[in-house]
Design a binder for this molecule. Structure first.
Ligand SMILES: Nc1ncnc2c1ncn2[C@@H]1O[C@H](COP(=O)(O)OP(=O)(O)OP(=O)(O)O)[C@@H](O)[C@H]1O
Ligand SMILES: [Mg+2]
Length: 423
């Protein structure tokens, strides 16, 4: 228990640390981007400032002061110029100043008249996106001596900044790879841990399950041996039946564990013959009746299928009936009341095994065919088992291209339906 808590604490700590690193990495990345962007903005600002000075100088104006550059979007810089502009002078001075201040990105130039929103030359601009189709002026001849503003946009600014952050991107990728490896290791570790818990449970179960029939057989055989010749026929039959039944149980349990191991290795091989399901069910029931009578329960059958013959492995088919009956009995805390029915469908036979036991909660129904799964609530754990029975049943049914389904309600009972094609 202490170990389990420590494992959970270490795991929670590791997940928190990784989460923290992820947050830090994101913050670092964002601030690195912000620094790069700030540097770019500064360069552009200095270049545009030098440009406006040059423009004014070209006009012989040394007194005007241009308002601060407005950032209309992350990549758009608006210059409140309010002076006449010549496109060619503006364009060549722009290029010159950008080269001088190492702004080496393609840009778009838009020139605005003084009416709000009027574009004299360039591309329509809205919310950081430029669109070519609204260009209002194809000619580059600007009206002389009309005051104008202009705006410069860098469509590739974000991509340029990101490509300048190669080191950060590389470190983020390395971090993500480490994170995925860590997640993979944690998942694997948890699986291993679950498996080791299951194995411990299984060992405990096997020990208990095998010990009970062995002890019963040894007591019954001891009584028979010491009472030989003095015991009446009724009594000796009773003890012989105990030995027979317990031996069968033992055989079945050993078989179940062996089959699970074979399935694991994919080594199951079926010997198919024409099997009369009714005859097989009746044989299994004969062996099972004693157990039900011991518990004062009842086991009835309505074998109504007109075509009961299937192509199947009789040994495995008998085992799956036995396994389902074993469950129906085990999970009926009061007197078991079990009914087996068979009916024909168009191309096959439906075999239903229904009990009025504890039932299975809807949310766990999808797990009961999983290996080692045992519903872990209520008094179910008073009943011993390996959690292998239904895994085996499902595998065998599938190996016969059959189907298995379950309907169950807690405290009302369960009904397992098997379907096989008939011959
Ligand atoms: N007829 C049933 N009524 C109620 N619960 C059932 C019934 N059949 C199966 N279950 C639930 O499904 C679980 C899995 O059943 P399964 O037969 O695979 O294992 P098991 O009976 O626990 O062990 P074993 O390997 O000995 O069969 C059981 O532990 C039980 O919780
Ligand atoms: Mg079982």
């Amino acid at each position: 228990m202490k170990k389990r808590r420590m494992f959970s604490a270490i795991l929670a700590g590791a997940v928190l640390a990784i989460g923290g690193l992820l947050v830090l990495q994101t913050i670092w990345f964002r601030s690195a981007y912000a620094v790069e962007e700030q540097q770019f903005d500064n360069k552009v600002n200095v270049a545009i400032r030098a440009l406006t000075d040059d423009l004014l100088k070209a006009e012989g104006d040394s007194t005007s002061v241009i308002k601060p550059i407005l950032k209309k979007a992350t990549n758009a810089y608006y210059v409140d110029f309010k002076h006449a502009l010549s496109y060619h002078v503006l364009d060549s001075l722009l290029r010159k100043n950008f080269v001088r201040h190492e702004v080496n990105l393609p840009f778009e130039l838009t020139i605005y008249g003084m009416q709000p929103g009027s574009i004299v030359l360039g591309n329509y601009y809205s919310d950081g996106a430029t669109s070519k189709n609204n260009a209002t002026c194809g000619s580059r001849a600007l009206p002389a001596s009309t005051p104008m503003d202009f705006m410069i946009t860098f469509p590739g600014k974000r991509a340029d900044i990101v490509s300048g952050m190669k080191f950060w991107i590389l470190s983020a990728i390395v971090f993500l790879v480490v994170l995925s490896l860590f997640a993979f290791l944690v998942i694997d570790l948890m699986k291993q841990k679950k498996l080791s818990e299951i194995k411990t449970d299984l060992m405990n179960n096997i020990t208990h399950e095998l010990q009970t029939p062995i002890a019963n057989i040894s007591i019954a055989s001891e009584v028979l041996r010491t009472g030989a010749g003095r015991m009446d026929e009724q009594k000796s039959l009773h003890y012989a039946n105990i030995i027979y039944e317990e031996n069968r149980r033992l055989k079945f349990q050993v078989e179940q564990v062996l089959q699970a191991a074979l399935f694991e290795k994919g080594q199951i091989s079926l010997i198919k013959t024409e099997v009369d399901v009714h005859a097989l069910v009746e044989e299994v029931i004969r062996n099972f009746q004693l157990r039900i009578q011991h518990r004062h329960g009842q086991l009835n059958c309505r074998l109504e299928a007109a075509k009961p013959v299937v192509l199947a492995d009789a040994f495995h088919l008998a085992n799956i009936f036995y396994s389902l009956l074993d469950n129906a009995d085990k999970y009926s805390p009061d007197k078991p009341d079990i009914v087996i029915t068979t009916t024909n469908t168009l191309s096959g036979i439906l075999i239903a095994i229904a009990d009025k036991g504890i039932g299975i909660r809807r949310d766990v129904q999808r797990y009961i065919f999983d290996k080692f799964y045992r519903a872990g609530t209520g008094n179910v754990h008073n009943v011993r088992g390996y959690g292998l029975g239904l895994t085996y049943v499902q595998k065998i049914v599938q190996a016969h291209q059959g189907k298995i389904s379950l309907t169950s309600e807690p405290h009302q009972g369960s009904r397992f339906e098997l379907y096989f094609e008939t011959c």
